[in-house]
Design a protein around this ligand. Sequence first.
Ligand SMILES: C[S@@+](CC[C@H](N)C(=O)[O-])C[C@H]1O[C@@H](n2cnc3c(N)ncnc32)[C@H](O)[C@@H]1O
Length: 205
Amino acid sequence: MADWTGWHEQYDDPASAMPQRLAAVRQQIVLALDRAAPGPLRLLSLCAGQGRDVLPVLATHPRGGDVRGRLVELDPQLAATARAAAPPSIEVLIADAGTTEAYDGMAPADLLLLCGIFGNVPDEDIERTVAAVPSLLTTGGTVVWTRHRRAPDLTPRVRAWFAAAGVAETAFVAVPGRAWSVGAGVLRAPSTPLNGVRRLFAFVG
Ligand SMILES: C[S@@+](CC[C@H](N)C(=O)[O-])C[C@H]1O[C@@H](n2cnc3c(N)ncnc32)[C@H](O)[C@@H]1O
């Protein structure tokens, strides 16, 4: 079982690469809210951890009050931290985010966060999850994702899977000498209904 609490502590370690990754994810969330159409917005964050990427943005962005949604996180302690920081419009669900059951009533979302997932699941699970994005996201909605670039760097294939799913890339942030990367894109294809409950991914040890 991974130490996800310890993993989150890296966000507070200036010697780690993680504060920079966190800032890059937040920046893509800001840009997504900047370009979002007026009106209510729906957020879905899978494997949300403490919600440190999106919750501070919602607290400060002019569109933050328009957002309602769900953070799905399996670890009750991390979920409790997220819940303490979340506004009432954001539900924190303790559940397995790898199955579409956890998205009930929240998909398609206008903002979909797939951060900290793709480095922990098999390649075929990434491909399956990306292929499902048109059912998780509204047309015009933004997906933000992360993946390390350690060899063999899978990000070229991940980016191609997003393109094949109808997601037009708006950003791919990768800093030389750092393993992390952050991608973002807008769904340009029609959104399709989620039909029944399916497993998209499962974390591997
Ligand atoms: C690498 S961390 C990413 C946290 C957050 N998304 C971020 O980027 O700051 C992975 C998170 O996924 C959670 N997790 C692992 N398996 C999960 C599952 N099946 N369903 C929901 N959350 C899961 C862990 O508890 C951990 O908080």
